[in-house]
Design a protein around this ligand. Structure first.
Ligand code: ACO
Ligand code: ZN
Length: 160
């Protein structure tokens, strides 16, 4: 099927709509400075999807140095998906998958070797998306969210 959306890098003109999508889709919200700081530091992994000229989804990430999520390797660079969301009317068209693919491409640009994220243990669409993309559950962070819900830490190797 012909793809009905376009994937491109975030630019500062997108800030208000991206913040709105974040507030509509997730209980974890952030200040405009937080969004802009991620853009300024990691523009290659800050991506939006556009459908009929309107933004329908975003992904924003951070590159971190830390221990391998797979037990070996010492310190390495990891791409951390801080937030991803797609508006309800834009879902199940492959938008999130395309956003993740593009963000992982950006992580490789920053020389990250692994990608990881936190997801609510009850977030079935999210968990299904990450499993389809080859992520596995590395561990459980009990009471991670402010309402007490557990997070799954899901990880994937992104280079050899
Ligand atoms: N039920 C089951 N599987 C699903 C679902 C669902 N509702 N949504 C996605 N998937 C899986 C499927 O395997 C799907 O492939 P398929 O459609 O061929 O079966 C695959 O993921 C890819 O789906 P996409 O169409 O790319 O996903 P979509 O664009 O609909 O976005 C997302 C998925 C981002 C989870 C969306 O539902 C959303 O915005 N939810 C609210 C916000 C949210 O939960 N964000 C993630 C929080 S965790 C974090 O930010 C790190
Ligand atoms: Zn996180």
């Amino acid at each position: 099927m012909q793809q009905s959306f376009r994937i491109r890098k975030f630019n500062p003109n997108d800030l208000q709509i991206v913040m709105r999508i974040n507030r509509m889709c997730l209980p974890e919200n952030y200040s405009d400075m937080f969004f802009m700081d991620l853009y300024q530091r990691f523009p290659e992994t800050y991506i939006v999807a556009e459908e009929e000229g309107k933004i329908s989804g975003y992904i924003m990430c951070r590159i971190e140095v830390g221990l391998s999520n797979f037990g070996f390797g010492g310190l390495l660079k990891k791409g951390h998906v801080v937030s991803i969301a797609v508006l309800p009317q834009g879902r199940r068209k492959g938008v999130a998958q395309a956003l993740m693919d593009k963000a992982i491409e950006g992580m490789l640009h920053y020389n990250a070797k692994q990608c990881y994220l936190e997801v609510r243990a009850t977030n079935q669409p999210g968990i299904a998306l990450y499993k389809k993309l080859g992520f596995d559950i590395s561990r459980i962070n009990h009471g991670y969210y402010s309402d007490g819900e557990d997070a799954y830490i899901m990880s994937k190797k992104i280079s050899n």
